[in-house]
Design a protein around this ligand. Sequence first.
Ligand code: PEP
Ligand code: MG
Length: 549
Amino acid sequence: MKTYTGRSVCGGIAVGKVIVIGNRGHQAERYRIEAVDPEMGRMDRAVQTAREQIRELYERALKEVGEANAAIFEAHRIMLEDEDYLGAMREMIRAELVNAEYAAAVTGDHFAEMFAGMEDDYMKARSEDVKDISRRLIRILQGREEAEFSFVEPSVVVAEDLSPSETVQMDQEKILAFVTVHGSANSHAAILARTMNIPALTGVPVDLNEIHTGMTAIVDGSAGEVIFEPTEAQRGRAEIRKREEQERIRLLQELKGKKSETTDGRAIRIYANIGSIGDVSHALENDAEGIGLFRSEFLYLGRNDLPSEEEQFLAYRQVLQAMGQKHVIIRTLDIGADKQAECFQLEREENPAMGYRAIRICLKQPELFKTQLRALLRAAVYGNLSIMYPMIISVEEVRQIYRFVEEAAQELKQAGIPYRIPEQGIMVETPAAVMISDELAELVDFFSIGTNDLTQYTLAIDRQNQRLEDFCDPHHRAILRMIRMVIDNAHKCGKWAGICGELAADTELTGELIRMGVDELSVAPSMILEVRKRVRENRQSAVVKARWQ
Ligand code: PEP
Ligand code: MG
């Protein structure tokens, strides 16, 4: 018996036979070429063949794992069009007179390393894509067939890492769990595991020489543990937990496509909170009815320069297009306090949570704000977008924002660029915004209550300080009364009110929030079906003593 722990990317329990996918390293010998042109021709033909294979894989993935997962091959296609990547390989052949395989291997390693060093998890995961593409090119150049990834028996797949194209070629029905030594939470195997709701672990320090095909393993996704060759007693306990877990998942899966409606017919919109473009697939996999909070900070974090209007526009458009006609609420920049970004070089403050942050930075730096606004107004043409502003404390701030939105629209109009001014709402996450929510409701299209910050400011409890956990009651009546007040004030003006802080996913409160009249709950993708289940079990008109009273 051998137990290892790793990082869980999907919970659940699996018990079964192991299949080890061995090291498929892309060894490519280096040799000197005599003439450059024929070698360039070889490289160009290999790139062409790879593009055709990727197209076929895309079609196949589309059928088998849906559009969100198939989109990974879009990244491969783009890489195969990328002039920097292709140019680097060609330049190596020309300048160093090396063979195409070697140029593909070295360039692939170089680009993979560059992506792996990036802060953003989504970009980090692209490192696997480049490796995958480079391996493909080498295989084509060497005239080798793709390895066989179909296996007969349902199995726990153990590997150094798994590329998207390898994962997609596996028979989905036969995968019990994934255990990989490397790979990120955004890898294709991880996304697939979450889609299929099977346990998956990454960063498991197994020595693949000691583990072999045919062994038995228990993978406990929630505990982040894998046991090879377990004892009979361990097996028995795992089997029981597995049956319980399967039943829970089966019941939740049945809720996909179902309405999020109370027993007395009140529909609550259940949206997803996301923090990167990669998360859109998680939202769709879990049947989100929309995106209720897209934290746009991911565009600014982990870099020294600011994202351009074009870069932002492309990112927002990608999300809108992936969501089709579904509603997408993008929140403008919310930097500062718990979210620091090097590109702003913010001065140190005594009390950053109450400092120069979020909308305050935007209002003080109009060019920065208008760049984001122009990108959003342009993207609005491509889908069902709403814009949401964080950390509002006054009516004047909202008026000032509208003036900037108007200026951004005028600038686009003058430049002849298509745009649309979408619905605009605010986050209600300061006690000030709660207390004047009657006035604010007249100005905005909707409210989304940010209970994370609202709790911090109301209870005077730093949300980052773990020592204060004992003092923090997330169900404090002050917070519940505030939520009630905000919803009431929104409704009096015919506006809607949702919650996008963590409290929205607190299923102990779902009934209470429904009875307060909440219109939307925006939660982590993995919580969508759980919250839908709660909504469907509740009555809005139920007579229950309210906790806020
Ligand atoms: C909140 O404050 O509740 C919220 C949703 O925003 P963030 O957690 O990003 O501050
Ligand atoms: Mg907040």
